[in-house]
Design a protein around this ligand. Structure first.
Ligand code: NAI
Ligand code: MG
Length: 499
């Protein structure tokens, strides 16, 4: 990297790292086929929405319309739930588990075959950098199908001495930050355990779920086993409130999570809720600083910070704070922000105008609270929704930017002196989804992770996922686990076998 050395007024020397200018390397839109209009996928067929209403889905990087998708109303939800019930009773629950597994394997393989197209559509519809959809979202989605296909005929080994029984029809509502991956997280364990599904993607990112419906058709899954319907909050609410749903799996905001909890109170519906987060990422003075800085960058700027487990609160031990902050500022200056379809891009577009407004609101709050803001000086495209990677220093524990979920590329940096102090600060949050610890000492890792209240804690790394590893939160981050052996449980009734 070329270096520019400039002398500042107070005689300190500032090293500025200029990034290499890469030639554009855009992925091709023509490798993906997007229809001008999508209907609802119910009972293995594409059906028109009964209200005949459609809404646009746009590319947030250009604000151009990509397609229009159907809006499912209460009658459509009822149709989808009835189809799921019929196929549950007549086909899926009776099918030998090893046959079920074959279908799930088939879906996994077609997802792999269509990986390039799925990555392109994910990036066009949601704004995330193609490098991420190509290298993370799509392969991890395929891995989830592979992983749970493997469990389908081994449930008796997963839960020894118990008879397992599926719950029935699962209503699954997913967010816009990892559309295909969240669909895979939810559909794969439901099918492996013998349940049928009605799934609704988020209204800004419906397209890869609809592509998944095409894949499910191609895999010849019996009609009605997976139904994919589109729409906004009211469609989601109709799924939650449908009397014939046995289980709700929801990922999204804590506010909607609370509405769902209230709606199902007093019913027999089971639920798993994956809600917001405000992860503490802790750097001790003995940590490998360069790796930690890279991990922090990955933790908060990955996927534009649209990550429920984003490391959005950074706690740095005072003795190394200056060095860490300087290195972080240099690093964010070198991040490439812009066209998500370019393979060099690090940070793509913010998912929607609404989310961009939320992020800007929090940046203003941070400044008004007296924290110091630093942003990369990169230029932003004229059209579309963009946010420069941002960090705040001099943040107090009580500040709103240290307490509330921003869901954007905005990092709040705080300092600490002792282990006890940082544990208290890290746990002082309504959330408890994930956290990170950076230290050279193994014993410190065990000590910290034991005392931190978070569902997932990464040590000397961040944002690592594997289908075999459970994921889920404490407190207002929700309950239930997805992934791994634990991810099978929320879709099953276990009946102990008599000896
Ligand atoms: P949201 O919670 O409204 O949307 C998530 C999903 O729930 C979407 O499919 C939506 O259509 C559906 N939904 C909305 N209202 C519903 C209702 N009453 N009943 C059933 N389903 C309903 O999230 P939104 O408004 O898109 O984002 C707001 C904030 O939520 C973000 O700024 C972020 O802080 C947080 N969020 C957290 C996510 C996570 O992964 N934990 C994902 C998305 C958002
Ligand atoms: Mg879109």
């Amino acid at each position: 990297m070329p270096k520019t050395i400039s002398k500042k007024k107070n005689n300190t020397i500032k090293l500025k790292f200029d990034t290499w200018q890469y030639a554009p390397a855009p992925e091709s839109k023509s490798a993906a086929s997007i229809k001008p209009q999508y209907d609802l996928f119910i009972n293995g067929e594409w059906v028109k929405p009964s209200g005949n209403k459609y809404f646009d889905t746009i590319n947030p990087a250009t604000e151009e319309k990509l397609s229009e998708v159907a809006e499912a109303n209460v009658a459509d939800v009822d149709k989808a739930v009835s189809a799921a019930r019929r196929s549950y009773e007549k086909v899926w629950k009776k099918m030998p588990a090893k046959e079920r597994a074959k279908y799930i394997f088939r879906i996994a393989r077609i997802v792999q075959e269509k990986a390039r197209e799925l990555a392109i559509i994910e990036t066009l519809d949601g704004g995330k950098a193609i490098r991420e959809s190509r290298d993370f979202d799509v392969p991890t989605a395929a891995n989830h199908f592979f992983y749970y296909a493997g469990w389908a005929d081994k449930l008796e080994y997963a839960f020894p001495n118990c008879a397992t029984e599926p719950l029935g029809v699962a209503g699954q509502i997913i967010p816009w930050n990892f559309p295909l991956l969240m669909a895979a997280w939810k559909i794969a364990p439901a099918l492996a355990t013998g349940n049928t599904v009605v799934l609704k993607p988020a209204e800004t990112t419906s397209l890869t779920a609809l592509k998944l419906a095409e894949i499910i058709q191609e895999a010849d899954l019996p009609p009605g086993v997976v139904n994919i319907i589109t729409g906004a909050g009211s469609t989601g609410a109709a799924i939650v409130n449908h009397p014939d749903i046995n289980k709700i799996a929801f990922t999204g905001s804590t506010d909607v999570g609370k509405i769902i909890q209230r709606a199902i109170a007093g019913t027999n519906k089971k639920a798993t809720l994956e809600l917001g987060g405000k992860a503490a990422n802790i750097i001790f003075e003995d940590a490998p600083i360069d790796q930690a800085v890279e991990g922090v960058v990955n933790g908060i700027y990955f996927n534009q910070g649209h990550v429920c487990c984003a490391g959005s609160r950074l706690y740095v031990q005072e003795s190394v704070a200056k060095e860490v902050i300087r290195k972080l500022k240099d690093r964010i200056e070198s991040l490439i922000v812009g066209d998500p379809m370019d393979k060099n891009t690090d940070i793509g577009a913010i998912n929607s105008r609404q989310q961009l407004e939320t992020i800007h609101k929090y940046i203003k709050i941070g400044e008004a609270e007296g924290s110091e803001m630093y942003q990369s000086s990169c230029s932003l495209p004229a059209k579309g929704f963009w946010c420069r990677p941002t960090l705040f220093t001099n943040v107090a524990q009580s500040n709103r930017i240290a307490q509330e979920e921003i869901f954007g590329p905005v990092l709040a940096i705080l300092t600490f002196r002792t282990d006890d102090e940082v544990i208290e600060k890290a746990n002082n949050s309504p959330y408890g989804l994930s956290a990170g610890v950076w230290t050279d000492k193994g014993s410190k890792i065990f000590n910290m992770t034991k005392r931190m209240r978070a569902g997932v804690i990464w040590a000397n790394t961040f944002n690592k996922f594997d289908p075999s590893s459970p994921f889920g939160g404490y407190k207002e981050s929700g309950y239930g686990r997805e992934g791994g052996l634990h991810g099978l449980l929320p879709y099953l009734n276990l009946n102990p076998l008599s000896p």
